[in-house]
Design a protein around this ligand. Structure first.
Ligand SMILES: Cc1cc2nc3c(=O)[nH]c(=O)nc-3n(C[C@H](O)[C@H](O)[C@H](O)COP(=O)(O)OP(=O)(O)OC[C@H]3O[C@@H](n4cnc5c(N)ncnc54)[C@H](O)[C@@H]3O)c2cc1C
Ligand code: FES
Length: 366
């Protein structure tokens, strides 16, 4: 499968933007006992990404292709080399492989950067930025903070960051260095859920009350336009959003990035299921393919089973790698967390979470 990806890019020549890249690892840096930053050499041309976007790594492990998304923890405005920061997940296949087996010189296939956890930055902006991070959720936020500090001299950043214990604070020293080099412009409040002896700061999980308490006066006193970025465990993200809405922050000023959603049990009641197979059309790289989608299957599953090289990564509606535009027909989309409201209004769907509701469906993978 990987071989096919490389071959296709080569045969297509320069006229088509390549969906896949090969990056060479330049350096690895251990951030905490269970977290590693992997810096890549710049490809030719340089990697084009926005702060907060992610790469999808495509690896072959145990004879099977595995795809996982990892946020770029670097800023294209500051860091000469793009990097991702990966935290081990207990029993996790890819996160442990990266932590144990990624060394300088190794080549890795990735999909080009994607993601909506982004913003506009301008030297005249005078904003209050609120960052709420939990654990590895600091990774995209780190790139965003660096970008704001260098591009928006009139803006300030307030980071509320929850980690497990003192030695699991990712980027602890780098954050301190940013505070020192940008006096008064980056305020940081750490919170630890399981601190070891000697910790005198806030403890416990980051809940709604803590978010309200931290941002209430800041928002009232600054009078500035605000932007919020939230990334971390599902519960923390939900309560942070609720807190901000309660404080009167407009929804469109809040950006969120989910790394993982707990799967909700699907309703298997036969009466609620569509029992019909649908023949739909998938347009991929300019060619149309008729794909039979069996009951209960998603458009992505059906396309992959037919041998189409459709792009994907998380397969749970978060990363948008499988994004397509619905040209005709109707679909039901179980999860659209990764799409912005604008993308939904423009007719984009996530093929990994969409099932055809009629046989008129035509999806163009863009
Ligand atoms: C847009 C996006 C950006 C991401 N950025 C980063 C990043 O910057 N750094 C980083 O470390 N990770 C990031 N992730 C998570 C990453 O893609 C993987 O999900 C993670 O590394 C686990 O993969 P694995 O192969 O080790 O675990 P798997 O072998 O896939 O999973 C092992 C078990 O853990 C469960 N699980 C999977 N992921 C999680 C999770 N995050 N939390 C709790 N349980 C989980 C699974 O259901 C399974 O039971 C991101 C995910 C997305 C969608
Ligand atoms: S594959 Fe990630 S949203 Fe569909």
């Amino acid at each position: 499968m990987l071989f096919n990806l490389f071959k296709k890019n080569k045969d297509e020549g320069d006229h088509k933007e390549e969906a896949y890249l090969t990056l060479r690892i330049r350096e690895t840096v251990r951030e905490t006992p269970d977290t590693l930053t992997v810096y890549f050499e710049q490809p030719e041309p340089f990697l084009d990404y926005k702060p907060g976007q992610f790469l999808t790594l495509i690896l072959e492990l145990n004879g099977k292709q595995e795809r996982r998304s990892y946020s770029l923890s670097t800023s294209p405005f500051v860091d000469p080399f793009p990097g991702i920061t990966v935290k081990r997940l207990e029993g996790g296949l890819v996160s442990n492989h990266i932590n144990d087996q990624f060394f300088p010189g190794k080549r890795v296939t990735v999909m080009k950067p994607l993601g909506n956890f982004v913003s506009d930055y301008h030297s005249q902006n005078r904003r209050l930025y609120g960052m709420i991070a939990g654990g590895s959720g600091i990774t995209p936020i780190m790139g965003i903070i660096k970008t704001i500090l260098i591009n928006e001299p009139l803006s300030t950043v307030h980071l509320l960051y929850c980690s497990r214990s003192q030695d699991s604070i990712i980027f602890n020293e780098a954050i301190e260095a940013l505070q020192k080099s940008n006096p008064g412009r980056l305020q940081v409040s750490h919170q630890l859920s399981q601190p070891t002896d000697g910790w005198e700061g806030p403890c416990g999980r980051l809940d709604k009350g803590r978010v309200v308490g931290y941002f209430k006066n800041l928002l009232k006193e600054s009078g500035l336009e605000s932007r919020f970025f939230i990334c971390g465990p599902e519960g923390m993200m939900r309560s942070s959003q609720d807190a901000l809405i309660e404080l009167g922050v407009p929804r469109e000023a809040i950006r969120t990035e989910s790394f993982y959603l707990d799967k909700v049990e699907k309703n298997t009641d036969e009466e609620t299921q569509d029992l019909l197979s649908r023949s739909i059309t998938v347009e991929l790289e300019g060619s149309e393919h008729v794909v039979d989608v069996l009951p209960g299957k998603t458009i992505l599953e059906a396309g992959l089973e037919e041998g189409l090289d459709m792009p994907y990564s998380c397969q749970s509606g978060l990363c948008t790698a499988c994004r397509g535009r619905l040209i005709a027909g109707k679909v039901t989309m179980d999860e659209d967390a990764g799409l912005s409201e604008k993308e939904i209004a423009e007719g984009f769907i996530l093929c990994c979470s969409s099932k055809p509701a009629d046989s008129e469906v035509k999806v163009r993978i863009e």
